[in-house]
Design a protein around this ligand. Structure first.
Ligand SMILES: [Cu+2]
Length: 282
């Protein structure tokens, strides 16, 4: 009979496709984002914490999803129509089951909330005194980075992303300010973003533990050129960072490159008084 043979061939093809897909996923997972289930590689401890929450949530969702799919399949099979006249017993209001499917999701959500809140608290901790303080100023439509302890500023223009250079292994405190509307500062491999709000100084602290060039962008829609609010963060080993900073200082003082200027603002960013917080950036 041809039918079983066709079934066998189909099964073999399906098995091959599954095996190839699995191999492709595993192979790409060794070096890429598959192993992190779509997330970029973190370069800070805070980023690794966020990744942990992502793994936990995803595994929980997979377990819940798998369980629900199994229940659906079981119900479809168990209560299938065997005979056109055979209507299954019609039931409603099973109190224990209703209580169960209200209580279990609440427990799952509470556990997810607990871990999210813990990690969020860790990320919000400013920790010890920083080694380096950077004032990030968002404006329509680029960024200015003020090295508060070194007296230099780097200013970008729309389509000309500024670059922030930081040392690897140093505690970096960021002070975010906006001169116009709400922006959000996101360095992709920090796996973290924070709103930049006019009239406020938002702070966070991280330690970058990998050298590299990281892409960043504004993630709050802030106007027509929002998509041009790009920037990069270059993390260098301490000696290379020192050399690069000396070069930047020299460029700022000589005025040879208009992206760099001498910073003369406050050494600790202050929140502007209410009603007087607009357009302080020129
Ligand atoms: Cu923006």
């Amino acid at each position: 009979m041809p039918a079983p043979r066709r079934t066998l061939t189909r099964t073999r093809t399906l098995t091959r496709i599954l095996a190839l897909t699995g191999f492709a996923l595993l192979a790409s997972g060794c070096k890429g984002q598959w192993s992190r289930l779509g997330w970029p590689a973190p370069v800070t401890q805070e980023g690794r914490n966020a990744l942990g929450v992502w793994y936990g949530s995803l595994v929980t969702s997979a377990i819940v999803g798998g369980f629900v799919i199994l229940l659906i399949l079981w119900a479809v099979w168990r209560f299938r129509l065997r005979n056109p006249d055979d209507l299954p017993r019609q039931v409603r209001y099973n109190l224990p089951i209703e209580v169960l499917y209200t209580v279990i999701p609440m427990i799952i959500v509470s556990i997810l909330f607990y871990f999210t809140a813990i990690r969020e608290n860790d990320t919000d901790q400013l920790g010890q005194k920083p080694d380096l303080r950077i004032n990030v100023v968002g404006f329509q439509w680029s960024w200015q980075f003020n090295y508060l302890d070194d007296g230099v500023s780097v200013t970008g223009r729309p389509g000309e992303p500024p670059q922030l250079v930081v040392p690897v292994g140093a505690r970096i405190r960021f002070y975010e300010q906006s001169t116009d509307v709400i922006h959000a500062w996101w360095v992709i491999p920090f796996l973290f973003k924070r709103d930049v709000i006019p009239g406020r100084v938002n702070e966070f602290q991280v330690k970058v533990d990998h050298a590299g060039l990281f892409q960043g962008k504004c993630t709050e829609y802030c106007g027509v050129d929002h998509d041009r609010m790009l920037f990069t963060v270059l993390a260098l080993p301490k000696d290379q960072y020192d050399a690069r900073l000396a070069q930047i200082k020299q460029l700022a003082q000589s005025g040879a490159d208009d992206r760099y200027s001498v910073y003369t603002g406050p050494t600790t960013p202050v929140e502007p008084k209410p009603g007087n917080n607009q357009r302080s950036h020129s």
